[in-house]
Design a protein around this ligand. Structure first.
Ligand SMILES: NC(=O)c1ccc[n+]([C@@H]2O[C@H](COP(=O)([O-])OP(=O)(O)OC[C@H]3O[C@@H](n4cnc5c(N)ncnc54)[C@H](O)[C@@H]3O)[C@@H](O)[C@H]2O)c1
Length: 357
């Protein structure tokens, strides 16, 4: 099979390319090598020489049409990916993410006789806050809204039921109502709805995968708009204390990029996930601050002293219920240590932007 990966020079795309090549497929990457992600410019060294790289923007119809020539499957990863940045670069995010997806879809539909599968990256951010249960009533599957401003001002960090009972987090099922709280998350919800809707209308098998927090080699630690693990790690590698908001007890579901690649490869070659939007996470909850604790060095003193509240109202606890995806193979703590040791060799001198804060 010949697979086109838009955004294929990026973090997850390049790992998926490795996986597909190892499985005997051909890979074409289509990527504009966005300077925010690709600081060095040019073809990334980590991209396997077997990957055919075409450079271009997903909003350039002619370039997308050329990229689609001769392919059997399309993976759409190209995106502007920063949650915070999306809230003040609304037009750029919506243009790259929504218009880019629209053009990829229109051109894929033109080639629907040849294309056997569409796969798009969605994100756990579309859920907003995670899923909870009330320990007093036993009610589960609760989908609370973000914590109110007044509660955060009172430095009360837990999610509360109407009677004040602190709610307990539980794995988030795909059936949980979607409540995106950023332009990026709205773009990702659009991505999955656009791909599934167009796929169904034209008889093109389509899959949307909701990635949880992905980590691993090649993640651009110098990009201030990546996730919490990369942000904490980047600060540590630059001898700066991570800034921990609230009580530091927020949780996330961290998944190794190679598990993500394995899952995408399965979704491309098998049919069980067709026409579905599925969680891809480990199903186990890790404190977001394990992004700090995992590096071999000790936690700087100043870290525990700083407990401001975030400027935004981030989700408190998110974890996947991987009900339909297969189990992950790689554990966060073991894998993250190796990733961060490798990162310390290459990323220490790179810039650290104020946007981290
Ligand atoms: N990393 C995560 O934790 C995570 C979680 C959920 C979803 N996702 C999604 O997975 C996909 C891949 O994310 P990633 O972490 O590899 O990000 P990344 O930034 O490393 O890769 C994205 C790639 O897209 C390219 N790109 C950006 N704008 C483009 C444009 N206009 N035209 C062509 N190419 C463009 C970039 O140059 C980059 O190589 C994205 O769609 C992202 O929303 C990532």
């Amino acid at each position: 099979m010949k697979v086109l990966i838009t955004g294929g020079a990026g973090f997850i795309g390049s790992h998926l390319a490795d996986r597909l090549l190892a499985d005997g497929h051909e890979v074409r990457a289509f990527d504009n090598l966005d300077p925010q992600v690709h600081l060095q410019g040019g073809r990334p060294e980590y991209l396997d020489p077997e990957v055919e790289l075409q450079t271009g923007d997903v909003r350039d119809r002619g370039a997308v049409r050329r990229a689609l020539e001769g392919v059997d499957a399309v993976v759409h990863f190209a995106a502007a990916v920063g949650v915070g940045q999306s809230m003040y670069e609304i037009e750029r995010y919506t243009s790259i993410n929504a218009i880019g997806a629209a053009i990829v879809l229109e051109e894929a539909v033109e080639r629907r006789d040849a294309i056997r599968k569409l796969l798009v990256a969605s994100s756990m951010s579309i859920y907003g806050e995670g899923q909870y249960r009330n320990p007093r009533t036993g009610e589960s599957g609760l989908a609370p809204w973000l914590r109110p401003e007044s509660q955060l001002a009172a430095r009360e960090w837990e999610l509360l039921a109407d009677d004040g009972t602190p709610l307990e987090p539980e794995p988030t099922a795909e059936t949980k109502p979607l409540r995106p709280t950023s332009i990026y998350a709205i773009n990702k919800r659009d991505h999955e709805e656009m791909f599934l809707t167009v796929g169904a209308a034209y008889g093109l098998p389509a899959v949307a995968l909701r990635f949880f927090n992905v980590y691993g080699e090649r993640q651009a630690l110098s990009n201030p708009y990546t996730g919490v693990a990369a942000i904490f790690s980047s600060r540590l590698l630059n001898d700066r204390a991570p800034l921990v908001f609230e009580d530091g007890r927020q949780t996330r579901d961290f998944i190794d990029v190679r598990d993500i690649a394995r899952c995408c490869a399965l979704a491309l070659t098998e049919h069980g996930a067709d026409e579905h939007a599925l969680n891809v996470g480990t199903g186990s909850i890790a404190p977001a601050t394990s992004g700090i604790a995992t590096p071999t060095r000790a936690l700087p003193q100043s870290c525990s002293a700083s407990a401001p509240r975030s400027r935004s109202r981030p989700a408190c606890r998110t974890c996947s219920r991987g009900s339909r995806a297969r189990r992950p193979r790689i554990r966060w703590t073991r894998r993250a240590r190796r990733w961060l040791r490798a990162a310390s060799r290459v990323d220490r001198s790179q810039r650290l932007d104020r946007q981290h804060e």
